[in-house]
Design a protein around this ligand. Structure first.
Ligand code: SAM
Length: 216
């Protein structure tokens, strides 16, 4: 456990719990990962407040509550292989790495991907593989995945991601317009999918072949 900011991190986890996240494994992972190492140095003091923060390249690290809620909804198990689309700072990636067997994460902006790779190395998280690529086409060489998490807002779930999901697997994606989306969970069935729509969220856009065409 990283001793720096321990008090602030505990307080953040209690806040997330008070907002309704009850999965003990998720809360434990959030207690273990030093979020201040995922934000720019001058913002470290704000790392444990319940806000999204800028991480450069016009992108954000997601709000702790949203990270916790999405991770809880994804129901990740220790043996799972997980695909994440939108590495960003790598904070959510690190949480997933604590909960699963393998994490494959795709980020379209190479600066962010490289910084996230460095952070995984510094934290000794060896079950993570990060690449710079358009995540809307997925990572077919590593498929099928037990879980897929998209951490950017999309007009609809990219078809390649549904195809790369194992039968019985879950895909969680913020779906909707550019300003506001809803957390949508897809369960892959033997024939088709079951779709459930959850709470409203605000994410930066998923830009790519099966997402939005442009950032704005
Ligand atoms: N979960 C991240 C964290 O903890 O820092 C925050 C993710 S941020 C809200 C969304 C990320 O998705 C951005 O870094 C953005 O560059 C990335 N993104 C957008 N479209 C993408 C695509 N087609 N493929 C891969 N990454 C994409």
């Amino acid at each position: 456990m990283n001793p720096e900011f321990t008090y602030q991190r505990d307080r953040m986890v209690r806040l997330v719990e008070a907002r309704g996240v009850r999965d003990a494994r998720v809360l434990e992972a959030m207690r273990a990962i030093p979020r201040h190492q995922f934000v720019p140095e001058h913002m470290r003091a704000q790392a444990y407040s319940d806000h999204a923060l800028p991480i450069g390249s016009n992108q954000t690290i997601s709000q702790p509550y949203v990270v916790a809620r999405m991770t809880e909804l994804l129901k990740v198990e220790a043996g799972h292989s997980v695909l994440e689309v939108g590495t960003g700072s790598g904070y959510q990636t690190a949480i997933l790495s604590k909960l699963s067997k393998r994490v494959f994460s795709l980020e379209r902006i190479s600066d962010l991907a490289h910084q996230a790779i460095d952070r995984m190395r510094q934290l000794g998280l060896e079950n993570v593989k990060i690449q710079t690529f358009d995540g809307t086409v997925g990572w077919s060489d590593m498929a099928p995945f037990d879980r897929i998490l998209v951490t950017a807002g999309a007009p609809k779930a990219p078809q390649p991601l549904i195809e790369q999901l194992r039968v019985g697997g879950l895909l969680l994606i913020p779906e909707g317009g550019r300003q506001e989306q809803r957390l949508v969970v897809y369960r892959k069935l033997r024939h088709g999918v079951r779709r459930s729509v959850g709470e409203p969220v605000m994410f930066v856009p998923l830009v790519g072949r099966h997402g939005w065409e442009k950032e704005q």
